[in-house]
Design a binder for this molecule. Structure first.
Ligand code: FAD
Ligand code: DHB
Length: 393
């Protein structure tokens, strides 16, 4: 079997890349280890930057997003029992869209099916061969039989635990990491959101976030110690803790109900450099992880897809290898900036185990500065709605 671009991983990065390339006349095969139902069952991101929504529309997958997504022109921050609003629209002229990652993935699978895109599920033992040669190929086992796919290029869209990043030799690869000493306990509940906007709360007991998916589906989080087990958190215990960390009016307005999903996610910042080795390109979580504060994970995966799809399209149009050569530098420049924002917001809003009263007051002072300064709000807004897809190469 042969294709032009072999894409490893059928999450949002891999599917969006294959959709864009296919529409540009470039042949792809997507290899996904899990079943489609498993991929669609993962509750993850919920806030999309305009760069991503523009890409989805351009890729022919924007109809349901435009009908069912919720544009948000601002967000709220809470601390010391009060809250205030940051107006993205005023500062940047742009909004974000609340639309779940599960919905994005569902739309992408529907679009791939409609175009006859090849997505192979249940691909076990995927291995990359000759990525630094002129003739790379990928092998995997499907229903007990080994299959080989020859290709021009390989896109490693296989997430943090995939095979693509470790294929780059350690002598070439550099990694940068910060593991945070807490996690997020998240609850999805079929209740109306407590507010029409997201509320990020700093509280001496720890961070809390009120988010949503639609008018009847809410997503709430509280910071928890890393050792906590999700089974030990009853729904009632979650709601009590969430209420304690929100300003009183929010706590009083909260409508609670049974959780339909509950999980704990650890927080880390991680970046691998370079994002290209020979004919292998890393995309999305395969190359970098951000802590969820600020909702940058999925949006960074999308900006990588933007750089790589443009570079491959230019290459196959005969424009030479310059853009492919610049992929790693272009993608990483934006990754570092978004990682900085996620790290800063995580540091500002969470309670650290060794934090004394001074640290708490510093956070409250910085939040008060954000409330009072137009310049600080403009900077926050510019980062939150998403930095431009600039190129440095
Ligand atoms: P993934 O979504 O991880 O997709 C990779 C795909 O590759 C998977 O389908 C996987 O099964 C497949 N795969 C892996 N290994 C192999 C292999 N060896 N062979 C073949 N296929 C393979 N971001 C936000 O912005 N906001 C959030 O609230 C948020 N919450 C999150 C909560 C959790 C628990 C996690 C883990 C992430 C969260 N993120 C969030 C991050 C966001 O979901 C990711 O950044 C996004 O999913 C990245 O997309 P991706 O396609 O690069 O990787
Ligand atoms: C969500 C997650 C985030 O990390 C965030 O900053 C905003 C929203 C969410 O899952 O809805």
């Amino acid at each position: 079997m042969r294709t032009q671009v072999c894409i490893i991983g059928g999450g949002p990065s891999g599917l969006l890349l294959s959709q864009i390339l296919h529409r540009a006349g470039i042949d792809t095969v997507v290899l996904e280890r899990r079943s489609r139902a498993y991929v669609l069952g993962r509750i993850r991101a919920g806030v999309l930057e305009s760069g991503l929504t523009d890409m989805l529309r351009a890729a022919g997958v924007g109809d349901r997003l435009d009908r069912e997504g919720f544009p948000h022109g601002g967000t709220q921050l809470a601390a010391a029992g009060r809250r205030f609003r940051i107006d993205f629209e005023k500062h940047t002229g742009r909004k974000v869209t609340v639309y779940g990652q599960t919905e994005v993935t569902r739309d992408l699978y529907a679009a791939r099916d409609a175009m006859g895109g090849v997505v192979i599920h249940g691909a076990e033992g995927v291995a990359i061969h000759g990525a630094d040669s002129e003739a790379p190929f990928v092998t995997w086992v499907e229903n007990g039989t080994e299959t080989r796919l020859d290709c021009d290029y390989i896109a490693g869209c296989d997430g943090f635990h995939g095979v693509s990043r470790p294929t780059i030799p350690e002598s070439v690869r550099q990694t940068f990491e910060r593991v945070y000493p807490f996690g997020w306990l998240g609850v999805l509940s079929e209740t109306p959101p407590v507010d029409h906007e997201l509320i990020y709360a700093n509280h001496p007991r720890g961070f809390a976030l009120a988010s949503m998916r639609n008018e009847g589906l809410s997503r709430y989080y509280v910071q928890v110690p890393l050792e906590d087990r999700v089974e030990a958190w009853s729904d009632d215990a979650f709601w009590d803790e969430f209420r304690r960390r929100m300003p009183q009016d929010v706590a009083e307005a909260l409508v609670t109900g049974p959780s339909v999903e509950k999980s704990i996610a650890p927080l880390r910042s991680f970046i691998a450099e370079p994002m290209r080795w020979g004919r292998l390109f890393l995309v999305g979580d395969a190359a970098h992880i951000v802590p969820p504060t600020g909702a940058k994970g999925l949006n960074l995966a999308a900006s990588d897809v933007n750089y790589l799809s443009n570079a491959l399209i230019a290459h196959y149009a005969g424009e030479g290898p310059e853009r492919l050569d610049g992929y790693s530098a272009d993608a990483l420049a934006r990754v570092w900036k978004a990682s900085r924002f996620s790290w800063q917001l995580t540091t500002l809003l969470h309670r650290f185990p060794d934090q004394e009263a001074f640290g708490q007051r510093m956070q409250e002072a910085e939040i008060a500065y954000l409330e009072s300064s137009d310049a600080a709000q403009a900077s926050f807004s510019e980062n939150y709605v998403g930095l431009p897809y600039d190129r440095v190469s």
